[in-house]
Write a protein that binds this ligand. Structure first.
Ligand SMILES: CC(C)(COP(=O)(O)OP(=O)(O)OC[C@H]1O[C@@H](n2cnc3c(N)ncnc32)[C@H](O)[C@@H]1OP(=O)(O)O)[C@@H](O)C(=O)NCCC(=O)NCCS
Length: 503
């Protein structure tokens, strides 16, 4: 198991203690003083009102102690990763425990059967009442049952990776964590990983070091099938992100977003101006745009894999048509995919774009519907709203052929005067074509999402999204999503080179 595997790094504190035991007293004092100064600097930095939320979190992280993560195969926050590769080799089968880690008394491990309506309802309710909230506890993700089935039952799923914890006395589901298998390409290497998601603890169970037990248990189960790497995302800063992406939001229903407190309060005139500036065309603009069908699956697979491989540094590899059919064929209230019939090549597709549906519950003011033990950040004026949810569409994957076969004229080649400059010009032309096409595709996706009743369209500044967010009037949000690898040290990846979307 990872927490006592041979490649684990020695936690910083232990290392310091070992180093200092042989050192003269003066250098020990100097070292302690250096640490103290660093801590004070980080503390005062983290209180500096001039810092952004991101900078404050990073300042705090410099002195954070990670009792659990410091024992795991992940880089330390202070480490500068200079090469990619696993932190420990595959574990010999005899080193992987065959039975689950013990839980505190009164709790027991269980599997959640995603095919059982009763168990799915329990799991759905756990998330509905306890899953991710925004920083002000005004909204909480509200994954639908169909969405959860889609997310957890892809081809090759492993039912042993749908791990729950129940209260022994009542049988109540109080915690969950899951994994699904995924092939992830990190630069030039493709690695079989577990994609870990839906880590959730009932609010009454927080701050009792249960999360490490869940993480260790799903890790053990993943190890048992010979997989030793994982990918996961979190809003919070842990050791150590491979990339940090920012959320962007495109309002489709400004009044509802304002009424629910999702966006800033405006007076009547300001709101009218905003509504008019955000108005979208009634009809989509791309000829041949239509909902994806079964017969499109293998073309979508080729388009997507090529787009991902040519554009990004971290990407999933879709090996089979079954995976594409699962992830992309439209499912009402879950995933929407539109393809474009190529006008110049009958029977061929030129592009596709997809988005998934994930509502957020609008939370009641403190004290009205809170479960015991919930920690709520104080918040100023809460809007009075009758809306129960904000319906959000999240951009998923896209692909386009618009950059295929870009070449230079003889004059352009001459003007370049060398291979390097020619390559740069080809790249520039490809980027311009992709930027323009993605802008049109996403504008049409916004129109379709609005028509389908979504209130907001969200994306991260990952993939080529920065090419269209400004023009299509997406605004930066205050949320970030960090990408992490378990047992894989990777040089950091800029947001625009992340080509992997996690639900
Ligand atoms: C995330 C959650 C399970 C953490 O539970 P908790 O009671 O706050 O934390 P615990 O006391 O059990 O464990 C603390 C350890 O877990 C780690 N941890 C907390 N949240 C984590 C996350 N999202 N991913 C990985 N590790 C996490 C902490 O860093 C800490 O380890 P450290 O001491 O090495 O830093 C809980 O807050 C929760 O269910 N939140 C709502 C859902 C959610 O945010 N899920 C995560 C989605 S990414």
């Amino acid at each position: 198991m990872a927490d006592n595997n041979p490649a684990d790094t020695i936690p910083e504190m232990q290392q310091d203690a070992q180093d200092s035991s042989n050192a003269p007293a003066a250098s020990f004092d100097t070292e302690k003083l250096r640490q103290l100064i660093q801590q004070l600097e980080a503390q005062s930095l983290s209180r500096d009102p001039g810092l952004s939320k991101l900078q404050r979190e990073e300042a705090e992280e410099r002195t954070a102690v990670h009792e659990f993560w410091s024992t795991q195969p992940v880089p330390k926050s202070s480490e500068v990763v200079v090469a990619d590769g696993p932190l420990h080799p595959p574990l010999a089968p005899e080193l992987i425990p065959k039975v689950p880690h013990p839980l505190p008394s009164g709790m027991e491990w269980c599997l959640v059967d995603i095919d059982s309506p009763n168990e799915m309802n329990e799991f759905h309710d756990l998330l509905l009442n306890n899953y991710v909230e925004d920083a002000d506890s005004m909204f909480r993700f509200n994954y639908s049952l169909e969405f959860l089935r889609w997310a957890l039952l892809p081809p090759g799923f492993n039912k042993d990776w749908h791990v729950g914890v129940r209260e022994s006395a009542t049988g109540k589901l109080i915690a969950f964590i899951s994994g699904i298998p995924v092939d992830i390409m990190v630069r030039d290497k493709t690695i079989r990983m577990a994609e870990i998601n839906f880590l959730c603890l009932h609010k009454d169970m927080r701050s009792q070091r249960m999360a490490p037990l869940l993480i260790k248990e799903v890790t053990r189960r993943v190890h048992l099938v010979g997989i030793f790497q994982a990918v996961y995302t979190a809003g919070r800063l842990l050791p150590k992100p491979v990339s940090t992406c920012r959320y962007f939001h495109r309002s489709l229903n400004p009044k509802k977003l304002m009424d629910t407190g999702f966006s800033q309060k405006l007076d009547g005139t300001q709101l009218a101006k905003l509504v008019s500036s955000l108005r979208l065309p009634i009809l989509t603009s791309i000829p041949g745009l239509r909902a994806m069908r079964k017969g499109d699956v293998s073309q979508v697979r080729k388009l997507l894999n090529r787009h991902l491989k040519t554009r990004y540094d971290v990407l999933p590899v879709f090996r089979t048509d079954a995976e594409i059919a699962h992830w992309f064929l439209p499912r009402e209230g879950v995933i929407t995919t539109y393809v474009v019939d190529d006008a110049e090549a009958p029977g061929k597709l030129s592009d596709f774009i997809s988005f998934y549906s994930l509502a957020s519950s609008v939370l009641k003011p403190a004290g009205v519907a809170r479960s015991k033990g919930a920690v709520r950040k104080p918040h100023g004026v809460r809007p009075q709203t009758t809306h129960a949810t904000v319906n959000a569409a999240y951009l998923f994957y896209y692909g386009t052929k618009t950059d295929y076969g870009v070449s230079l004229t003889e004059e352009e080649k001459l003007a370049c005067g060398g291979h390097k400059k020619e390559k740069a010009l080809v790249k520039e032309k490809e980027n311009a074509l992709i930027g323009a096409r993605l802008t049109d595709l996403t504008r049409d996706a916004l129109i379709l999402a609005k028509e389908a009743g979504f209130d907001v369209f969200n994306c991260l500044d990952m993939m080529d999204n920065a090419m269209f967010t400004r023009e299509l009037k997406f605004g930066p949000g205050d949320g970030y999503l960090r990408f992490y690898f378990y047992n894989y040290s990777s040089r950091s990846v800029p947001a625009e080179k992340i080509g992997f979307v996690m639900l």
